[in-house]
Design a protein around this ligand. Structure first.
Ligand SMILES: Cc1ncc(COP(=O)(O)O)c(C=O)c1O
Length: 441
């Protein structure tokens, strides 16, 4: 008796403590965040027991057998790393700004090979560079740097990679503006509307006290797969230059547009040719997709200084990037960068890498053609504008849901479909389901 009364009192006491804690403590008020828009779907997919299930959500390249592949060039580089004492024995920390040889090779690849007309930027030491934790790390470091020193306003395309808003808002940006990019009804880029919006908001100098940043997808726009034409890019670059905006080029898919890594750096070339970006040009680059080094976290951030910048300005930038990196992950991971460094240092391997990227893109083009044969959707093969790993179905949420619930076919909620998940074994099943769902009103 005594013990039951005692335990009732104890429970009551603790229930009171819990209620007080919930109402008084900020920790008790933390609510669940929504699941990640893309990776949350894969968790759902993994639980699906339908043997015909197809995951078309994540941007990871898979071969025609549905396997995530290691590119032959990368596999060879891994063997070289494994078999050389001096390459695989030293597992100590990298410097905060990354491995020196990796940095040199990447700078050469980006600014001598991809942008030969601007190679003098390297000779004149006008580029502040750090190895980053993949493309996400590059965008995050750029955001922290810009928001600390230059601007807390950024313009993102509507639509964009879902993580962009998250990165900028978590790294000091106070104002995140969206510019019209993609017209859902026509499937076209809305350049005129986009530039008019910038003109109206940024062009009025009395409204704008600090320069504003703008994020540009270098190619293979995610999620729509639709990029402006070269002529349109000229107009866009002229306008953002005139408005003294700060270009942040997000180059996560170099090579996946044309199959040629060098050709696909066209936006960087065009922006460098324009030149004179008074608050710098920011390039966030990743080897996740074009070397298949997804989980290894290999990328870079470079800040191209304007011609008027002095040695001291470059040294100041170099020094300021370091404490930012140090506060987040201290220094970048080593293994992936050793592999990338070997690919970039060995001419035969580099050529093999170029062929590997070409082969990947050829398979993706083949998938587009086969889906087109089955579905007759012209955008699938509109190669002047439609590029890369993703096809934007323009399906409504209820159609995306129908695909998931009825056919166990998973697209991202905005209707983006990763072509790399399509293969000979599932294309007929997929085409039938996509065709049926497209007829839904
Ligand atoms: C547009 C865009 N930017 C950046 C990234 C970052 O890629 P990662 O951090 O895997 O290099 C991605 C990855 O999906 C992307 O789609």
């Amino acid at each position: 008796m005594l013990s039951t009364a005692w335990s009732r009192r104890t429970l009551k006491f603790y229930a009171g403590v819990s209620r007080r804690w919930l109402s008084n403590s900020p920790l008790g008020k933390v609510r669940r965040a929504p699941p990640d828009k893309i990776l949350g779907l894969t968790e759902h997919f993994n639980r699906d027991t339908n043997p015909k299930k197809v995951n078309l959500t994540v941007g990871i390249y898979k071969d025609d057998h549905g396997h995530v592949t290691t590119f032959p060039s990368v596999a060879k580089a891994q063997r070289i790393v494994d078999s050389h004492e001096e390459l695989n024995k030293n597992l100590s920390y990298l410097p905060i700004n990354g491995n020196e040889v990796y940095s040199k090779r990447v700078l050469d690849f980006l600014y001598r090979e991809s942008c030969p007309d601007n190679a003098e930027l390297l000779d004149k030491d006008k580029i502040s560079f750090v190895q980053t934790l993949s493309g996400t790390g590059a965008v995050a470091i750029a955001s922290k740097f810009l928001s600390a020193f230059i601007s807390k306003d950024v313009w993102l395309p509507n639509y964009s990679w879902a993580n962009h808003q998250n990165i900028f808002s978590k790294n000091g940006f106070e104002n995140i503006h969206l510019y019209s990019y993609y017209d859902l009804s026509s499937g076209q880029v809305m350049v005129e509307k986009w530039l008019q919006e910038l003109e109206d908001a940024v062009g009025r100098t009395d409204n704008v006290k600090t320069p504003q940043a703008i994020l540009l997808h270098a190619c293979c726009h995610n999620p729509t797969g639709v990029d402006p034409t070269r002529e349109e890019w000229h107009t866009i670059i002229d306008k953002i230059h005139e408005l003294n905006m700060i270009p942040i080029i997000d180059m996560a898919y170099q090579g996946l547009e044309s199959g040629n890594l060098i050709d696909d750096a066209y936006l960087l070339r065009m922006c460098l040719a324009k030149g004179g970006w008074s608050n710098g040009l920011y390039l966030c680059q990743s080897f996740a997709k074009d070397m298949g080094l997804y989980g290894e976290g290999v990328g870079s951030l470079s800040i191209v200084l304007p011609p008027a910048a002095r040695v001291e300005n470059k040294l100041a930038l170099d020094s300021q990037l370091k404490p930012i990196i140090r506060s987040i992950y201290s220094s970048p991971p080593g293994y992936g960068c050793r592999v990338a460094k070997v690919v970039l240092s060995n001419e035969a391997l580099k050529q093999q890498w170029f062929r590997d990227v070409q082969n990947m893109v050829q398979r993706l083009h083949g998938v587009r053609h086969k889906l087109y044969e089955n579905l007759q959707w012209p955008d699938l093969v509109n190669f002047e504008k439609q590029h890369g790993m993703f096809y934007f179905t323009r399906f409504k949420p209820k159609q995306v849901n129908e695909l998931k619930e009825k056919y166990s076919i998973y697209l991202t909620n905005d209707g983006r479909l990763s072509l790399s998940g399509v293969n000979s074994s599932n294309i007929d099943y997929l085409s039938t389901a996509l065709g049926k769902v497209s007829e839904m009103k």
